[in-house]
Design a binder for this molecule. Structure first.
Ligand code: HEC
Length: 142
């Protein structure tokens, strides 16, 4: 009688215990791996600012390159840009220490004549990304 009672139990253990010993590769990763937010709130929060600083520096450097490549240097003197600037006169204001409200600059760089009819600064058909980079460059703290 004892053997008959234990037999099914032994059979279950031998067959893998009815799911109690699932092989590791069948456990779905999201059940085992905690999401970064729940485990590392402080490190994640402290990493973001330095990445933001790096992204801003990139934008500043891209803006500096655009200032040359988009021809701003022809009309504007800017000592933050290598080489000769303001070659054409200069006909625009010196932008070396120029900063301004990003909202104004977004409208200005997108379409100067729309902001100030009759201005000599043309619409240079800049993309939104180019405008953001140029603003980062112009407003760079120095
Ligand atoms: C063809 C010449 C010309 C080119 C090219 C040019 N600008 Fe200008 N820019 C001007 C002139 C002229 C003004 C003065 C606008 C006015 O008051 O009518 C000006 C004004 C500005 C101002 C000051 C706006 C204000 O009133 O505060 C900024 C900023 C500026 N330009 C940025 C740029 C940038 C960035 C580029 C390149 C993407 C560029 N400009 C290309 C001629 C030019």
């Amino acid at each position: 009688m004892r053997v008959l009672i234990w037999f099914p139990v032994l059979l279950m253990v031998a067959c893998g215990g009815a799911g109690t010993t699932t092989p590791p590769d069948t456990i779905s990763p999201e059940l085992v791996t905690p999401t970064p937010q729940t485990v590392l709130p402080t490190p994640v929060a402290s990493v973001v600012p330095s990445e933001t600083v790096a992204a801003t520096l990139d934008a500043v450097e891209r803006g500096r390159a655009l200032f040359r490549n988009k021809g701003c240097i022809i009309c504007h003197v800017n000592n933050q840009v290598e080489g000769q600037t303001g070659v054409l006169g200069p006909i625009g204001p010196n932008l070396t220490n120029y900063t301004n409200d990003p909202e104004f600059l977004r409208r200005w760089l997108a379409d100067p004549p729309a902001v100030r009819p009759g201005t000599q600064m043309p619409n240079l058909r800049l993309s939104t990304a180019e405008i953001e980079d140029l603003i980062a460059f112009l407003n760079e703290p120095r």
